[in-house]
Design a protein around this ligand. Structure first.
Ligand code: OGA
Ligand code: MN
Length: 292
């Protein structure tokens, strides 16, 4: 296995091992798992991409999340991100699926609005639009380490509230529908997630977060916006330009990501599988004390 650095201080391209190797070989899995814990973002190029290979690879890392109600692929292991309908027709720009892509363009970490947040996401390119539609990543581990010591101390025990509706409402008031609002009530997490393997903390924020315990709502929103802003300054961002055959995996405990726009009259189709966090991934530590 060879690791080729990708982003500013995080991320590696893995060469010499395929996602199928990881799915079928324990030693390959161990090596890639170690790279995941250390580097937060992994890229495999020129892969044979198929749904069952993606699931087998993802499953090696932990239990898979079921895609939430009212999304494409609901109740299965697959989240389908696409701007075409079942007949292959391009959807209009105000269609829910296109608005969903616009919501993905807000800096976020996957599933921080769920009762069980995500350890990792695996995203594969199926149909690319020819240009644009990049995915950008920033390390919240490095962002945490850049914070001034007094702010770190304040945020060590701080607890934020996240909800799905909070990020969707920034795009369109109807994007989160009644079913989703009911199924996904607000959840609370500490503002940092300590990696139990290497002890490094990461800021745990997202466009889903909107309140901080014990803080005035307006002040909390300002602080959260400031933290997102600092974490994602241009020089700290890795821009992933997709190629056919790419499989990208990221650590949702330690990464922010966003999808960039493209010409929505062209098809872009991606498939995501998501691995749930477990106690072994530090889930017990990101939970606020009252939920223990
Ligand atoms: C995701 C996501 C962005 C993109 O799959 O979780 O945010 O560029 N994707 O498709
Ligand atoms: Mn996402």
């Amino acid at each position: 296995m060879e690791l080729v650095p990708l982003g500013p201080g995080f991320g590696v391209e893995i060469r010499g091992l395929s996602i199928l190797d990881v799915a079928s070989n324990a030693a390959a899995y161990q090596a890639v798992r170690a790279a995941f814990e250390a580097h937060s973002l992994l890229l495999f190029r020129d892969q044979t991409i198929a749904d069952d290979i993606q699931v087998a690879f993802s499953r090696a890392f932990g239990p898979l999340e079921l895609t939430k109600a009212a999304s494409l692929g609901a109740g299965s292991f697959y989240s389908r991100l696409t701007n075409i309908d079942e007949t292959g027709k391009i959807l209009p720009p105000d269609h829910r699926q296109v608005l969903a892509a616009k919501a993905n363009a807000l800096w976020h970490t996957d599933s921080s609005f769920k009762k069980t947040p995500a350890l990792a996401s695996v995203l594969t390119a199926r149909v690319l639009p020819g240009q644009d539609g990049d995915t950008e990543f920033a390390s919240t581990r490095l962002a945490w380490e850049r914070l001034p010591a007094d702010l770190q101390a304040r945020l060590k025990e701080a607890v934020a509230t996240h909800s799905y509706a909070n990020s969707r409402d920034q795009i369109h008031p109807d994007l989160a529908n009644a079913e989703e609002r009911k199924a996904l009530p607000p959840v609370r997490w500490r503002l940092n997630w300590r990696n139990p393997v290497n002890g490094r903390r990461a800021l745990y924020v997202a466009s889903h977060a909107y309140a901080i315990d014990g803080m005035d709502d307006r002040d909390a929103r300002q602080l959260l916006a400031h933290l997102l802003d600092e974490a994602t300054r241009r020089e700290f961002v890795y821009v992933h330009k997709w190629r056919q055959g790419d499989a990208v995996m990221w650590d949702n405990r330690a990464m922010l990501h966003r999808g960039r726009p493209w010409d929505y009259t062209r098809e872009r189709s991606m498939i995501r599988t998501t691995i749930s966090a477990t106690e072994a991934d530090g889930l017990n530590e990101v939970r606020p004390p009252t939920l223990h």
